[in-house]
Design a protein around this ligand. Sequence first.
Ligand SMILES: C[S@@+](CC[C@H](N)C(=O)[O-])C[C@H]1O[C@@H](n2cnc3c(N)ncnc32)[C@H](O)[C@@H]1O
Length: 286
Amino acid sequence: MGVLAGAGIPTARQDAEWLLAHAGGVDRRALYVDPDRIPAEAEVRRYRDLLARRARQEPLQYLLGFEDFHGLRLRVTPDVLIPRPETEALVDWAIALLPVGVPRLVADVGTGSGAVACALAVAAPAVTVVAIDSSLAALEVARDNALALGARVRVVAGDLLGPLPARPPVLDMIVANPPYLPTAIIPSLPREVAEFEPRVALDGGSDGTRTLRRLIIGARAVLKPGGWLVLEIGEDQGGALASLMAAEGFTGIAARRDFRDAERYVAGRLPAPGLPALPAAGARGC
Ligand SMILES: C[S@@+](CC[C@H](N)C(=O)[O-])C[C@H]1O[C@@H](n2cnc3c(N)ncnc32)[C@H](O)[C@@H]1O
């Protein structure tokens, strides 16, 4: 049994291939093109070191230094959450709500690697994204990703919506995948997550909604009339958060499910003159 299989890594063979290719500075496909190639000694040492780290459950993406998200290759480091495939649906919903080709200003709050901001800006080139995070180390990664992709993203350090002007409000949309896990469940998560991903990216307080609630309560002040709030949330949080959005004056509130059929996204918009009257809160899935 190999080192990774012995350590209980379910994707042992794939991971070993990725790490071998990474140690040799080649694409994974190269392993198949030239299977008889003898690696140099330094390469073997690098590979062994990477295998040992992976066997200790260090996430593959941190060892490789990248993750693919929404068709983009993004740099990731242990300072940022590894972007998840579920978050691609958040990006798709946000894109669908933005009028095509019209300049818009969007804030990605809690940007981490800049995954959401970059994916939005690349898919909707008329949009400018302000990418906010309280972690300066994360913002460096987000800035690198935006530069490498030529994405129209400005990174700003701060607490949630704090860096944004309120009078007059300037934003057409807030999109966010904030920390939403209840504190108590974090120790029971897989070691890869609990020990290696940044705590500030995971911990949403006692019931997981602390940051989401602050965001919903602050959103009205910085969104223009008709502006959208589009959120990724934890399972079982949709009802309470939709009610809070309604109480804060949002309308047309709807929820969506992820590919595992869990309710994981909620969106609504501020009323504006000329907008059709939309059903208010609680009307999930509308
Ligand atoms: C769940 S991660 C999401 C990262 C990225 N948007 C993604 O989807 O991959 C949440 C991010 O929110 C940031 N964050 C947590 N609390 C914050 C706060 N009060 N103000 C700004 N950013 C915050 C964390 O540093 C982390 O990068």
